[in-house]
Design a protein around this ligand. Structure first.
Ligand code: FES
Ligand SMILES: [Fe+2]
Length: 372
């Protein structure tokens, strides 16, 4: 089989569940990055994710393992393991086994979601998962209570698709697809593009409801809005909408193995002032469906897309893709396809059109846009 152009084992944070899918005392089987894992929530409410196999004789903790206090107990001989993967009890021996450890994944639980840190080199997390309600400037006054819950109404998953996490993040530099995939009348006007060490931000302005008297989002006619999208590593991307409404979303792609991945979209719609119901009201279900459909329109492309390198880019879009792909290399460990090292090898083969350091002029203000 041909070597994949991009490794499915990048480094970073990856969503594995929504919080509500893991109750206190529950044990769930997961399979990501080619590994059998278990997620479990201890009786203090803390979520843990670890390799599924007991270090005693290898029983799978996801088949009959149970939570006991702050430990998970193996169904085979009753050994107990804590959230750090340490053995805390052998029921038929006074002392636990202090040498064996079940590999654990660092976990962050935030914004109704459970993320694991994945790194082939087993480094500790070196950047955090941002909070969708405090990651933008001007968020000091924003709180989750300004929004309806995301789960379950705003939670959408498509499983086992042949897509790569990087497809999602590349949307942030791909202004031309808005017209074709999201049926915008024009393409958006990009106003900001910024690369930090581990995050990439892309802001743009677009018209909502242009060309129509009224839409679900724009009952009083077209409106100019803004979108700010921030990728955190390549596994998770957050967006903030301002204009017709103030929706916040994130899209997360988590590789299952070298071929397929799960993709989740989580959407928070802003609350109608005075309404204190936890979930969205009936009147907003169409608005939610609209958000879902925009996400699914992207998925319909991504799930059949082949990562193309070097890509054949139009002049105006070249700089964005070039900068993005250069930045993204850091999330692929040395030796993995997509890493700086493997790109250099590919570059030698690919010749002068390959991603390079050469800056190219781009006018971010060339374009304007819509979606309904
Ligand atoms: S295999 Fe888990 S306790 Fe024996
Ligand atoms: Fe898109």
């Amino acid at each position: 089989m041909a070597k994949p152009a991009l490794s499915m084992k990048p480094t970073g944070w990856f969503q594995v569940l929504w919080s509500a899918e893991l109750e206190v005392g529950e044990v769930k089987r997961l399979h990501y990055f080619g590994q059998e894992m278990v997620a479990w929530r201890d009786e203090d409410g803390e979520a843990h994710v670890m390799s599924a196999y007991c270090e005693h004789l290898g029983a799978h903790l996801g088949y009959g393992g149970t939570v006991k206090g702050l430990n998970i107990q193996c169904p085979f001989h009753g050994w107990e393991w804590n959230g750090k993967g340490r053995n805390t009890c052998i029921p038929y021996q006074e002392k636990p086994n202090r040498t064996r450890k079940i590999p654990v994944f660092p976990v962050t639980e935030l914004n109704e979601s459970i993320y694991i840190w994945h790194d082939l080199l087993e480094r500790e997390p070196y950047f955090p998962v941002p909070d969708v309600f405090s990651m933008w400037e001007g968020d000091d006054d924003v709180s989750p209570s300004d929004y309806y819950r995301a789960y379950p109404e705003g939670a959408l998953i498509r499983e086992k698709l042949a897509l790569h996490p990087q497809f999602v993040a590349e949307n942030g530099v791909d202004y031309a697809h808005f017209k074709y995939v999201h049926r915008a009348e024009d393409i958006p006007r990009f106003t900001r593009r910024e690369f930090d060490e581990y995050s990439f931000r892309s802001d743009f302005e677009m018209w909502f409801g242009k060309g129509k008297e009224s839409t679900v989002m724009t009952p009083n006619g077209a409106m100019l809005g803004t979108v700010s999208a921030i990728s955190c590593g390549i596994g998770v991307g957050f967006s903030k909408f301002s204009g017709p409404d103030n929706m916040r979303t994130f899209v997360a792609v988590t590789p299952i193995d070298d071929e397929v991945a799960d993709i989740r979209c989580t959407t928070w719609l802003d609350r109608i002032p005075g309404d204190d119901a936890p979930g969205i009201p009936e009147t907003m279900t169409r608005r939610m469906r609209l958000a879902d459909n925009q996400f699914l329109a992207d998925v319909a492309i991504w799930e059949h897309q082949r990562y193309t390198t070097p890509p054949g880019l139009a002049t105006a879009e070249a700089q964005g893709f070039r900068d993005y792909r250069k930045w993204a290399m850091k999330f692929y460990p040395p030796g993995e396809p997509g890493s700086a090292e493997s790109e250099q090898d590919a570059g030698r083969e690919a010749g002068p059109n390959h991603v390079s350091d050469e800056p190219q002029a781009i006018d971010l203000n060339k374009v304007s846009a819509v979606r309904d």
